[in-house]
Design a protein around this ligand. Structure first.
Ligand code: FAD
Ligand code: NAD
Length: 481
């Protein structure tokens, strides 16, 4: 008789491993199949997020920020530091250790929860059979699942005119592994990865960072006011962001890469030491299911699912980057928990209107809910309250007071519809706004809440007060009436 599980999860990224752990916690006999191999060719849990995404990029963002601050900003606090030097090998080794510790942590969580980790490639067959080819073997075996959760994640998109080349023309994974600081760095795509990794290498000493973005609009998913401010600050930091630019040809040899590109000003050439291609990601759904399984994909290759992540096949669910919605680790994890709860017979849902987005640049950019342009386009009556960090005592004391928080509330119900921020520690501050939206808070609820002083979070309070023209620490236009 075939090996049997209540649940087989395909993929152990933040969507799949969280789903597997929650299924096991709920008493379901669970196996999780994953094919990821680390640089030494060893199986590793955690998918893109832990091995080549969120975690290594944040380790380098943190290290590069500390380096740049020590070099450029401590003097303003009256701290003189001489002879600041970069040890890139040590920085990379630290990043690798953080990744290793965290991936091994998931292994322990699997063990302690009783999740069976199967290392290898899995393919869904008809009737919830899963064909598994274990790493290091080429003889597949078939297991039978009561339910299957597909969590195969995504991979970097490529463009035909810019083929990857050794360690010179790389995708995001390669950009986390440079052994020297490129003096002339090119980036294709001014999205989240282009901005985060462009910032890392600029802080570490790249003389030029040129970011070529095909669209005319910068960060169209963000609130326009935030995107405008971000563009201004990033340009001042030395990120040469060129909008409306398309690369037409690329040639790499002798340790350099030459490209041709077009924009509104005509045809251009540029030469870089390294070029990062960061033009989005594609779902890993090739060979995920056999033809006989009949799994429905959409025109872009995402698995077709409903709001409960059910596919067109009975008992088969799909979650994470391989299904519609933003490609974010926490979105996939919450989908994983929801599906596990549903399989255990509980009621569960994901609130897709309360997914936080963060760009971990300096300043950080973060938002949740609707943008001002979306409210305008939908003719939704709204009120807006804005509070600049320049008026925050805590931001001033830490010497990091650029940016602002904007709260958008429904003009009729006062319910908070969106919160948009750019400034210090916004990746942490946004959580307050997510809780507010999740709990259906009004701007007045936040206005009536007490915040500790002096904190950055007071700025959220003040922005909520500003929705009704009641902010204390900003001057009233036109003075007292
Ligand atoms: P993945 O993490 O891609 O995991 C899928 C796993 O399934 C992989 O291990 C894959 O090998 C395996 N797999 C695929 N097919 C099969 C198969 N047939 N059989 C067996 N195994 C299979 N998101 C954030 O929220 N915050 C961030 O700060 C952030 N930073 C990022 C930085 C970078 C540089 C990148 C590239 C991404 C970043 N992301 C971030 C996005 C985040 O990594 C993804 O949204 C997240 O990893 C998706 O999780 P997932 O479980 O759906 O897929
Ligand atoms: P993205 O979609 O954020 O940005 C890609 C950019 O490349 C877009 O602005 C697009 O217009 C541009 N582009 C596409 N084709 C182009 C071309 N031929 N020439 C020039 N520009 C082109 O994608 P990404 O930055 O690759 O990130 C991939 C995914 O990973 C995102 O969905 C993101 O959510 C996720 N991610 C999240 C974080 C985070 O949460 N902080 C960090 C990194 C990645």
């Amino acid at each position: 008789m075939a090996e049997q599980y209540d649940v087989v999860v395909i993929g152990a990224g933040p969507a799949g491993y969280v789903a597997a752990i929650r299924c096991a916690q709920l008493g379901l006999n669970t196996a999780c199949v994953d094919q990821w191999l680390d640089r030494q060719g060893k199986p590793a849990l955690g998918g893109t997020c832990l091995n080549a995404g969120c975690i290594p990029s944040k380790a380098l963002l943190e290290s590069s920020e500390r380096y740049a601050e020590t070099r450029d900003a401590l003097a303003a606090h009256g701290i003189r530091v001489a002879g600041v030097e970069l040890d890139l090998d040590a920085m990379m080794a630290r990043k690798d250790k953080v990744v290793e510790d965290l991936t091994q942590g998931i292994e322990q969580l699997f063990r302690s929860n009783g999740v069976r980790w199967i290392q290898g490639h899995a393919q869904l067959q008809a009737n919830r059979e899963v064909r598994i080819t274990e790493t290091g073997t080429d003889v597949p075996r078939t297991v039978q699942a009561g339910h299957v959760i597909l969590a195969p994640g995504s991979s970097p998109a490529q463009i035909d005119s810019v083929p990857l080349h050794e360690d010179i023309v790389v995708d995001s994974t390669g950009a986390l592994e440079f052994r020297d600081v490129p003096q002339r760095l090119g980036v294709i795509g001014a999205g989240v990865i282009g901005l985060e990794l462009g910032s890392v290498w600029r802080r570490l000493g790249a003389q030029t960072v040129t970011i070529l973005e095909a669209q005319d609009c910068f960060l169209p998913i963000a609130d326009e006011m935030v995107a405008r401010e971000a563009l201004r600050v990033f340009k001042r930091q030395g990120l040469d962001i060129q909008l409306g630019s398309r690369v037409t040809a690329c040639e790499a040899d002798n340790g350099a890469v030459r490209i041709s590109y077009q924009n509104g000003d005509g045809d251009h050439q540029a030469e870089f030491d390294k070029l990062i291609v960061a033009v989005g990601r594609r779902p890993n759904t090739n060979h995920l299911a056999s033809d006989a399984a009949g799994l429905l994909l959409d025109e872009w290759g995402f698995v077709h699912v409903d709001e409960q992540c059910k596919t067109n096949l009975p008992g088969v669910y799909a979650i994470g980057d391989a299904v519609r919605g933003p490609m974010l680790a926490h979105k996939g994890s919450e989908e994983g928990v929801m599906v596990a709860e549903l399989l255990a017979g509980h009621a569960a849902a994901v609130n897709y209107g309360a997914i936080p987005s963060v760009i971990y640049t300096l300043p950080e950019v973060a938002w949740v809910g609707e943008t001002e342009q979306a409210l305008k386009a939908g003719a939704t009556p709204y009120r807006s309250g804005l509070f600049p960090f320049a008026a925050s005592g805590r931001a001033r004391a830490s010497g990091d007071s650029g940016g602002f928080i904007k709260v958008l509330a429904d003009a009729e119900t006062d319910r908070i519809r969106g919160v948009h921020m750019i400034g210090p520690h916004c990746s942490e501050l946004i959580a307050e706004a997510v809780v507010a939206i999740e709990l259906g808070s009004s701007a007045e609820d936040i206005a009536l809440t007490m915040f500790a002083h002096p904190t950055l979070s007071e700025s959220f309070h003040e922005a909520a007060l500003a929705v009704h023209g009641r902010a204390i620490h900003i001057a009233r236009r036109g003075g007292k009436s």
